[in-house]
Design a protein around this ligand. Structure first.
Ligand SMILES: [Zn+2]
Length: 202
């Protein structure tokens, strides 16, 4: 048993020596040198891009005169109460990201998380609509309203949003038309959160 382990160990050392020699030789190759330098440059640019994206988004959240919808309502059975999380239909700032552990969030969500924890009073800025709506749906509708009625006041845009949601929720349409609507609004293919009750979770 012992000699078997010693032999295996020696075999690995010898194989690794050969591999390392080959790696060293390949690293002298011009094409591979170029590949490694491009990879390093790309990594550097990717880090810089992430840094700039973070700054741009932080600035956007800071400057936004938010329009909030209730995008998540968490019912607490034990306490017999509900906590409401809002999302901005203009800049996309989503308060519900702070309910999750930062390490589990995507990069975009981490930027929101950092902004909200560094600027806790920012959620008091803007207009509270008290509309219960999935944030991606509300954002998609608002985007279309803003394109068509860019100069309308925030109050009027909110009224258009309420009317659009009323029309969507009141009409009984086929799955095909719903899928067309998903495409038109640029929502994810799997989107199925049309109703106000969809914001409730426990
Ligand atoms: Zn906003």
């Amino acid at each position: 048993m012992n000699s078997c382990i010693i032999n295996k160990y020696a075999e690995i050392i010898e194989t690794r020596r050969k591999i390392e020699n080959e790696i060293n030789e390949l690293e002298q190759d011009e094409k591979i040198k170029r590949y490694l330098s491009l990879k390093e440059e790309n990594k550097h640019l990717s880090d810089e891009q992430s840094y700039l994206y973070r700054r741009v988004k932080m600035n956007e959240y800071q400057k936004c005169n938010h329009i909030w919808v209730n995008s998540k309502i968490i019912y607490n059975d034990m306490m017999n109460n509900a906590i409401t999380r809002c999302g901005c239909i203009k800049c996309g700032l989503d308060q519900s990201v702070t309910d999750r552990q930062r390490g589990w969030l995507t990069f975009d969500e981490q930027v929101m998380y950092d902004f909200l924890t560094q600027n806790p009073t920012n959620i008091n800025i803007g207009t509270d609509t008290d509309i219960n709506c999935d944030l991606s749906l509300a954002k998609a509708i608002y985007k279309r309203i803003d394109e068509k009625k860019h100069n309308a006041s925030a109050i009027d845009k909110i009224k258009y949003l309420e009317y659009a949601l009323y029309k969507i929720r009141d009409s009984k349409v086929t799955d095909e038309r719903k899928n067309n609507r998903i495409k038109r609004l640029g929502l994810k293919k799997c989107f199925r959160r049309w109703d106000s009750s969809d914001v409730w979770s426990s």
